[in-house]
Structures are given as structure tokens and as C-alpha cells.
Design a protein around this ligand. Structure first.
Ligand code: PLP
Length: 393
């Protein structure tokens, strides 16, 4: 056909990280068809949905099959009831419901946010980071070099902030390192953004895993953040909605572009232009998750995964590995002595049948690390811990 390919596609790696891992695992299984693999790789949730959430969604589905209960398109910005619940339960009133835009997931909004920004917008991302920030930037046709901000044990995983970037992406707790930024670090980030007149896109997809009350769960816990930060959130990891799809983005009223246009005004326009709101069923599930009694029950899911993380972390420490994360996040970040990430990936696969994620897939500063996910069933984690006892690189 005469249609030309989007040239930006060739600016990103031909394969996303997780299909690459699946391919490597598949090749291994062809050589060892009997291998009993333990998947601590892709960070997908494994516990079933709480039954009251499923119940609420099935009630909603049944009402859609009645004349009185049928609903078509909802408001593009999402259900006002859900906006209100998020504002109350997750932001304790420091964000207004109308500043919350309900989405079909954080990843989708991270992609759509690029519509907001001009072609010469320069971005900086943590290194290592969730690859979606940089890849969607490139896919959107913007092509300035991406500033990588190394986050390593040597700098307490808090980078030197680059003055040249217009937007800094910051994820806390971070995927893949599992490190949650301290209040002081986030104050530094916000002060930097204020001083340099730049925007922060704060990814709080894992905020519900933060246990230490001293660590902020939202960027809006930091004074002045409303003037410089957009926050992206998700029900995926809070409540096992990875398949259902539900998230949100907070765009505070104070945020303005260089020419004075309110950012929320443009975001509203974009959301109603290329998205028509999240599924009514997912939103009814989201409302159920945030009911007072339910929210406590939901925290049991988080606790379960965190216990997995502690078991894994202990096992790696007993083997003498330097390990990070796993306490306020569902990922354990393991340093490999004198091995590349892919060498480590294959060593663990061959010797323990455990699937991990090579740190180098998240950026050059991830080289020499592996990420192990806590999103597994306890029996699988216990089996992994047993196998690790006799492991050596
Ligand atoms: N942000 C980070 C840092 C993630 O690791 C993920 C998923 O793994 C997402 C966002 C995507 O969340 P969602 O399922 O809401 O699209």
C-alpha cells in the first residue's frame, strides 16, 4: 500500500522488554520441556479479585441489561462518584475531584500525555526506569535526546537533576529498583522544578506498597507540588486491576503552560478527543475498592505481596547478594557481582528455573542488576526460596 510507516517506530527497540523475556524463556523451555519454572519476571498481579469487587461489577453488568439501568457513554473524565472517592481516600482532600481524570490505566495516560506537549519538549527519566516514558515520547514523534538520570546505590537512587529537561519523569516507588523516594528527596525535586520552571510527571502506580509512614505516597504531600506536577495513578497494583484496566491522572488547576493556558483545559480536550472514558464496569469496581471497609481488605493483597518480597530479599541476602527495594515496593533489585544482567538472567534460569527481569532492560544504569517480582503465589515464592539456598552464580 502507499501508506508510509511512522518513522518514529524505528526509534524504539523492535521488541518491548517483556516479549523478549518470554522469547528467551520459551527457547529455554524447548530445550528443557520438563522444567518447572517459577515466574518472578513480569510484574503482573496473581491474587484473585476480592469477591465484593466482583460482586459490585456483576450488579452493574446486570443493571446495564435493564431499561432503567442502561447507560451509554459516561463522562469522558470519569464517574464523579469515583473521582470523589479517589480524592477522599487516596488524596485526603489535597486534590479536588474535578482535578482527577479517570483513565483505562496509567500506561495509557502516560502515552496520551505526550499530546499535551510541543514538539521541542525535552524530557529526563530515571535510569533505570519503566521503559514506557521514553518509548512513548519517541513514538509521539518527539526526537530530542532523552536525558537519563542514573539512580544507583552510590547516590541513594536519587539522581542529579538535569537543568536542560522541560519535563522530569519520576516514579516512586520506582519500577524496577523498588526504592521509594524520601520526603527530603521529593522536596528537592519540587524545589528544582520550581526554580527551573519545569514540569514533573510523577508516577505513583505503586504508592499503595509504601509502608513507612515517613515516605510520601503522593507528590502532592510536598508543598508547592501542585504548581509543577502531574500525578499518574493506577488500580492495577492496588487491587489487581491489571486486566480490568483502571487508573487516573491528576492535573491540578494551578498548572499552566508557558503561554498561560491551563494544562487541565487542554488535557480535558485531549481526553474527550481520543478517549471516551474508562469502562463503566471497571469504574464500578474501582468505587467498590475505595469503600471504607473494602479498602482495608484490599490492603491485605498488598501485605501478601510485600511478605513475598521480604522472603525473597532474605534469601538473596543469605546468599550474600546486595539487594535493594522489596520493603515499600513489590520488586527486589539484586546486584550481580561481575556479571551482566542477561548473564545473571540465564544463570538463574539454568540453575534455579526462576525467571527474572534483566535490569539492563530498564536502562544502562540497570546493567548488572536483576529485578525479581513479588507478585507471585506464596507457594511459588517458598519454592523459589528453597531453590535459592543452593544457588551460586
Ligand atoms: N507505571 C509503572 C511504573 C508500571 O510499572 C506500570 C505497570 O507495570 C504502569 C505504570 C502501568 O499501569 P497500568 O496497568 O495502570 O497501565
Amino acid at each position: 500500500m502507499r501508506v508510509k510507516r511512522n518513522p518514529s517506530i524505528s526509534n524504539i527497540s523492535p521488541r518491548y522488554l517483556f516479549p523478549e523475556i518470554q522469547q528467551q524463556t520459551h527457547t529455554f523451555l524447548q530445550r528443557h520441556p520438563q522444567a518447572d519454572l517459577i515466574d518472578l519476571g513480569i510484574g503482573d498481579t496473581t491474587l484473585p479479585l476480592p469477591s465484593f469487587v466482583a460482586q459490585k461489577m456483576s450488579e452493574k453488568a446486570a443493571s446495564l441489561a435493564t431499561t432503567a439501568g442502561y447507560q451509554g457513554y459516561g463522562p469522558p473524565q470519569g464517574s464523579p462518584e469515583l473521582q470523589k472517592k479517589i480524592a477522599e481516600q487516596l488524596y485526603h482532600g489535597c486534590v479536588d475531584p474535578e482535578e482527577i481524570f479517570i483513565s483505562d490505566g496509567a500506561k495509557c495516560d502516560i502515552g496520551r500525555l505526550h499530546y499535551l506537549f510541543g514538539p521541542d519538549t525535552a524530557i529526563a527519566v530515571q535510569d533505570p526506569a519503566y521503559p514506557v516514558y521514553g518509548e512513548t515520547y519517541l513514538l509521539s514523534g518527539k526526537s530530542l535526546p532523552i536525558d537519563l538520570m542514573p539512580c544507583l546505590p552510590e547516590n541513594d537512587f536519587f539522581p542529579t537533576l538535569p537543568p536542560a529537561a522541560d519535563i522530569i519523569y519520576f516514579c516512586s516507588p520506582n519500577n524496577p529498583t523498588g526504592i521509594a523516594a524520601t520526603k527530603k528527596q521529593l522536596e528537592e525535586l519540587i524545589a528544582f522544578a520550581r526554580d527551573h520552571d519545569i514540569l514533573i510527571i510523577f508516577d505513583a502506580a505503586y504508592s499503595c506498597f509504601i509502608q513507612d509512614p515517613q515516605l510520601p505516597q503522593s507528590i502532592y504531600e510536598i508543598e508547592e507540588a501542585r504548581h509543577v506536577a502531574i500525578e499518574v495513578g493506577s488500580f492495577s497494583k492496588i487491587a489487581g486491576f491489571t486486566g480490568l484496566r483502571l487508573g487516573w491522572t491528576v492535573v491540578p488547576k494551578e498548572l499552566r503552560f508557558h503561554d498561560g493556558t491551563p494544562v487541565a483545559q487542554d488535557w480535558k480536550r485531549i481526553v474527550s478527543t481520543c478517549f471516551n472514558g474508562a469502562s463503566l464496569l471497571s469504574q464500578s469496581g474501582g468505587i467498590a475498592v475505595l469503600e471504607d471497609h473494602a479498602f482495608l481488605e484490599i490492603q491485605q493483597l498488598t501485605d501478601y505481596y510485600l511478605k513475598n518480597g521480604m522472603l525473597l530479599k532474605k534469601a538473596f541476602c543469605a546468599l550474600g547478594f546486595e539487594t535493594y527495594g522489596g520493603e515499600n515496593a513489590p520488586y527486589v533489585w539484586v546486584k550481580l557481582p561481575e556479571k551482566t544482567s542477561w548473564q545473571g538472567f540465564h544463570a538463574f534460569l539454568e540453575k534455579t528455573r526462576i525467571v527474572s527481569v534483566p535490569g539492563s532492560g530498564f536502562g544502562p544504569a540497570g546493567e548488572g542488576f536483576l529485578r525479581f517480582s513479588s507478585f507471585a503465589n506464596r507457594s511459588a515464592v517458598e519454592k523459589a526460596v528453597e531453590r535459592l539456598k543452593s544457588f551460586s552464580l
